[in-house]
Design a protein around this ligand. Structure first.
Ligand code: HEC
Length: 207
């Protein structure tokens, strides 16, 4: 079960996307009202979670109208997201890959019954293949098996990988991948461990 929990899934985007064919203004308002009334603050899951930021609103709009984001707007949104990325405080991008399998497997975190100090997982397998050994994985995202083997670990690749994990929408505005660093889903140490998992030649990702 743990792998099927999409801890960061954007509730409103998913529900509203289902209504694309009836996307009149009234219908959209009704759906929003319904969401607002049915989602209650419970534990650490506050009602404010329903408030979309500008990027989410623009992506929901694009999804509902079936019109892709305008190129200029997309560029501006991605640049804003890029500006949120904090590089590791000590300049070291690569952590301990042996700790990352656990993070990739775990969908725990940010649920109403978690505590604010619960250690979150990244739930990567829910969307990605990563290693050969794990045969249960989702395919919403591309396979990451042999990620480092295929790309090497030049400075550019290391920084991109870090940035993608920190804020996936900086490189693809309406990406479905959670913004792990930006939304405090994973800690700096966890992102380091995950970056090493993807890039270290000894990691099972690259076997
Ligand atoms: C809810 C689904 C979802 C989850 C969970 C998720 N991803 Fe992704 N990821 C995607 C999608 C979709 C893409 C491709 C679209 C894009 O580039 O944003 C992607 C792209 C990526 C890429 C870029 C691949 C490339 O070829 O450049 C990396 C690296 C990545 N994910 C790593 C991870 C890791 C590590 C985790 C767990 C910490 C994770 N993802 C969790 C959906 C997800």
């Amino acid at each position: 079960m743990k792998k099927t929990t999409f801890i960061f899934a954007s509730v409103s985007a998913v529900v509203l996307a289902g209504c694309a064919t009836f996307a009149g203004d009234d219908y959209q308002k009704m759906t929003k009202d319904m969401l607002n009334q049915s989602f209650e603050t419970k534990g650490i899951a506050k009602h404010e979670r329903l408030n979309q930021d500008g990027l989410q609103a623009a992506c929901s709009e694009a999804e509902m109208t079936g019109k892709d984001l305008d190129a200029t707007l997309r560029k501006r949104l991605e640049q804003e997201q890029l500006a949120t990325i904090k590089m590791p405080s000590d300049g070291k991008y690569l952590g301990d890959w042996t700790k990352a399998e656990k993070i990739a497997q775990s969908g725990v975190g940010m649920a109403w019954n978690n505590k604010s100090d619960t250690v979150n997982g990244g739930n990567c397998y829910a969307c990605h293949q990563m290693t050969k050994k794990e045969i249960s994985f989702g395919n919403l995202g591309p396979s990451l098996y042999h990620y480092g083997k295929l790309r090497g670990n030049s400075e550019e690749v290391v920084k991109y990988t870090w940035g993608k994990l920190y804020n996936a929408k900086a490189y693809n505005a309406c990406s479905n991948m959670p913004r792990f660093g930006h939304l405090n889903g994973l800690t700096e140490t966890q992102i380091k461990d995950m970056t090493a998992f993807l890039l270290d030649p000894k990691s099972p990702v690259n076997q």
